[in-house]
Design a protein around this ligand. Structure first.
Ligand code: NAD
Length: 340
């Protein structure tokens, strides 16, 4: 089959190249339609070009609007800001979508199948911070502020409801802290209710205060379907939900804008195991599956998901992070057989 969809591929730092190799090998076998444009970013790019996000990479992303990205190291002290945050803001990637599903049997939870949709640009991540001096101590008081706009609250909640309809999901939970942050979180809640009213009868609405939601997610995660929330709460809750189903090695994510999608694993570059061939490639593989569905190739996405279920549930394959001994290469080979 001809490859017709241009897509930017960034292998990334640390374990990035190892897990990306696994994903592209499997994509090739699936005859995925992507025409890869290989670009660099992160520490590798910084060392080679003096910038962690070269102009050529940005140009490629502008051109393709579609990216599969390995993890990027944000070095402490090298003086560049997080590329992930830069990309989100540069390309208005306002929705962060993180599905969580029980695939590995025998874990703590058997029936988790939920999606956290996190607002990606505003909220307390605006990080408007400063100190205030008191009695000669210049750092006596630390201030932090954030902002939410009506337009963005509307856009992210609408995205969540549209996602629910498209993916045959039944309920959206608005997660907030409007009892305390009456203005900042209140605007999100009020705008969310307005949007939800437009979907009445099609998708159910539920509201939860974030602390109660965190507790319930641990006790009864199977009660949740789609969660939509603001930036900081979404960041924390989506790591929590990854922990429910086997940890970061099993958690994919997508950053979505109006005309753009960047697909990645939730985990970082794992420098402690880089180069050893033991990283779990499945989080990035799942991100690849989301990318296939995003471009309308649900057929290939389902085949890939089926392959992953087969090797985990039937063959019992486990990388080290899941308590086993399988290598990255073992997973690749098993998947190649499973998707035939
Ligand atoms: P990390 O996610 O890289 O690693 C945390 C732990 O999980 C480590 O013990 C690691 O070995 C393990 N782990 C992670 N992914 C794994 C996988 N696929 N298979 C097996 N084990 C895995 O988090 P960290 O150590 O805090 O961060 C390392 C670097 O990654 C930092 O520079 C950080 O800024 C960056 N980071 C990047 C992204 C991204 O690009 N999206 C996300 C998070 C962190």
């Amino acid at each position: 089959m001809t490859k017709t969809i241009p897509a930017t591929l960034i292998a990334g730092d640390g374990i990035g190249p190892e897990i990306m190799q696994s994903v592209t090998t499997v994509m090739e076998a699936l005859e995925a339609p992507f025409l890869w444009d290989h670009q660099s970013a992160g520490v590798g790019a910084f060392d080679q070009y003096g910038t962690a996000l070269p102009e050529a990479t940005l140009d490629s992303i502008r051109r393709t609007g579609l990216v599969l990205k390995g993890p990027l190291t944000t070095p402490v002290g090298k003086g560049f800001r997080s590329i992930n945050v830069t990309l989100r803001q540069a390309f208005d990637l306002y929705a962060n979508v993180r599905p969580t599903q029980t695939i590995v049997p025998g874990g703590r939870y058997e029936n988790v199948d939920l999606v956290v949709i996190r607002e990606n640009i505003e909220g307390l991540y605006a990080a408007m911070e400063h100190y205030m001096a008191v009695d000669g101590d210049p750092e006596a008081v630390a201030y932090g502020a954030g902002f939410n706009t009506r337009a963005e609250c509307n856009r992210i909640v609408r995205f969540a409801f549209e996602y629910a309809i498209k993916n045959n999901r039944k309920k959206v939970t608005l997660v907030h802290k409007a009892n305390i942050l009456k203005i900042l979180s209140g605007l999100f809640l009020h705008e969310g209710r307005k949007v939800a009213a437009e979907y009445e009868g099609r998708v159910a609405l539920e509201e939860r205060i974030v602390d109660a939601c965190a507790m319930e997610l641990v006790i009864r995660p199977e009660n949740y379907d789609v969660i939509v929330t603001t930036n900081l709460f979404g960041d924390i809750l989506s790591d929590l939900t990854a922990g429910l189903v086997g940890g970061l090695g099993m958690a994919p994510g997508a950053n979505i804008g109006e005309k753009m999608g960047i697909f990645e694993a939730v985990h970082g570059s794992a420098p402690d195991i880089a180069g050893q061939g033991i990283a779990n490639p499945l989080a990035l593989m799942m991100a690849g599956s989301m990318m296939l569905a995003h471009v309308g190739r649900q057929d290939l996405s389902k085949r890939l998901d089926g392959g992953m279920k087969q090797i985990l549930q039937v063959e019992g394959l486990r990388t080290r992070d899941l308590g086993g001994k399988a290598t990255t290469q073992d997973v690749t080979q098993a998947l190649l057989r499973a998707i035939q």
